[in-house]
Design a protein around this ligand. Structure first.
Ligand SMILES: [Zn+2]
Length: 486
């Protein structure tokens, strides 16, 4: 952990939409509002019209149970909903149906943890609770919230199920928060309750303080990617104020994604301002052990277990396996390939993992794509590895294939069409090596003092052959020739 942040305390409240549900939390309106005309997925219940009565969506409880089990939280045997009262245009009822863990109320589940690894160190980030609530409507602003001349309201989102995961104030740096969210995203992906790549499917509120000073709550960070940036900015803002001898106040701030600053909205409201009271229109929900057992039995393998299995079955290091399983699609892709080529053993398993996690992952990152969005097939990577093994191409040449591979082009076609092959003609390589040595007397002088200078020759030879020279053979020839010259 960087000492720059040693006095920083961060707690995160992560709101995740259960996008894989078919209907909203308390009505039968379509849950999938994305791409629809505004205000076309609404009914008296999610508009909060007088006389309408909410009915809880059983599947939402099943999804919440899945997540709570995956996080190791304790699921409460009964849970009620509360009304959280406040006025805002996104909330036509004047209250949000939520959960409350005081005044006789209980969260859906308490505790749990997410384990992160940062700079080789493990840390358990303890959770406070997991609870369910309805999403308010969506407000659309022109430009920044602070300067927009109007706010448009789209009630399609009103009543969509949100699950809130509240951590203890236990993180000490923006990097820890980033790792926490990476792990949480992975766990959510494995449970199958939500697709967090959909825009607006997750929102984060962050509580940030410098030890001994009041905290600020930064609201509405609308993507996991923005969290680290928002935290860094807010920590800097607080530290700057303290450095100038100013006092910090407890307040709510808004993260402005476009300007990348936090803006003070209001001094912090307190819990009592929300006048929480039980939602009388909904009965307490009982969660019995049979239900939990049933959900547990259907729970797929989670990333941590999968990583352990990968380490044992494919002899991967803990680091490689942890990285590989983080994205379920990449891990599934990996296993599809393993099934295809039965000749693969630990050496190839490692190479396969490296290709996926380095060159392929780099390409996906650069192009902002998921592996499933491309035409890449596991067979191509297996063929690539085999082609290198058989000496048809060098690793360096193979790296130039990535763009073409992503289009689904078979390796044999790429080799044929690129005309780039490994040069393993001994006589030909010897001539090039000799020429390079003769043309570079200075490197030769260096080499006499320090044998490491040989690499400078290798670099020249690779340049000369456009990276096609077989590296092993080049080394052998070079070693032999250099003896003649010294
Ligand atoms: Zn509705």
């Amino acid at each position: 952990m960087s000492s720059k942040y040693e006095d920083v305390i961060i707690g995160l409240e992560v709101h995740i939409q259960l996008t894989n549900l078919k209907t909203k939390l308390f009505c039968s309106c379509n849950n999938d509002y994305r791409g629809s005309e505004p205000n076309t997925h609404s009914c008296p219940i999610c508009l909060g019209l007088p006389g309408s009565l909410p009915v809880a969506n059983k599947k939402a409880f099943e999804f919440a149970t899945r997540l709570a089990l995956a996080l190791g939280s304790d699921i409460n045997d009964s849970t009620y909903f509360f009304r959280k009262n406040y006025f805002y245009p996104d909330l036509p009822k004047g209250f949000q149906i939520s959960q409350y863990n005081k005044a006789g109320g209980r969260a859906f589940a308490d505790g749990g943890k997410i384990t992160i690894k940062l700079n080789g160190k493990k840390k358990d980030l303890i959770l406070n609770r997991v609870h369910l609530e309805e999403d308010p409507a969506r407000l659309v602003h022109k430009g920044s919230i602070a300067t927009s001349p109007y706010a448009l309201v789209d009630y399609n989102r009103s009543g969509v199920t949100l699950i809130e995961i509240v951590s203890e104030p236990i993180m000490n740096s923006p990097e820890e928060a980033r790792e926490y969210l990476r792990q949480l995203k992975s766990i959510v992906q494995y449970t199958g309750i939500s697709n967090l790549d959909l825009e607006g499917s997750c929102r984060v509120d962050a509580n940030i303080s410098i030890k001994g000073h009041p905290r600020s709550e930064v609201k509405n960070i609308n993507s996991f990617k923005e969290v680290e940036r928002a935290l860094k900015w807010e920590i800097q803002r607080q530290k700057n104020l303290l450095r100038r001898g100013k006092e910090l106040i407890q307040e709510t701030r808004h993260w402005d994604d476009k300007r990348r600053v936090t803006i003070g909205l209001r001094t912090k409201e307190f819990e009592k301002d929300y006048r929480y009271f039980p939602e009388q229109d909904l009965v307490p929900i009982e969660i019995d052990q049979d239900f939990i057992k049933h959900v547990m039995e259907k729970l797929p393998e989670m990333p941590r277990e999968r990583s352990k299995r990968f380490q044992e079955a494919y002899s991967l290091s803990e680091f490689d396996a942890d990285n590989l399983v983080l994205d379920k699609n990449s891990a599934d892709f990996y296993e599809e390939g393993i099934k295809i080529d039965k000749s693969f053993e630990s050496e190839e398993f490692k190479l396969y993992c490296n290709w996926l996690m380095n060159d392929i992952a780099g390409w996906l990152n650069e192009n902002n794509k998921e592996i499933r969005d491309t035409k890449l097939q596991p067979e191509q990577i297996m063929d690539l590895i085999n082609s290198i093994k058989e000496g048809k191409i060098t690793t360096k040449i193979a790296k130039t294939y990535i763009d073409e591979m992503m289009k689904g082009t078979p390796i044999s076609t790429i080799i044929k069409e690129s005309g780039i092959v490994r040069i393993a003609d001994e006589k030909y390589l010897e001539n090039i090596c000799r020429k390079v040595i003769q043309e570079n007397p200075k490197i030769l002088e260096d080499y006499k003092k320090n044998p490491k200078a040989k690499m400078a020759f290798v670099g020249k030879i690779m340049k000369e052959t456009k990276g096609q020279a077989d590296p092993e053979l080049t080394n052998e020839i070079l070693e032999r020739l250099l003896k003649e010259f010294i």
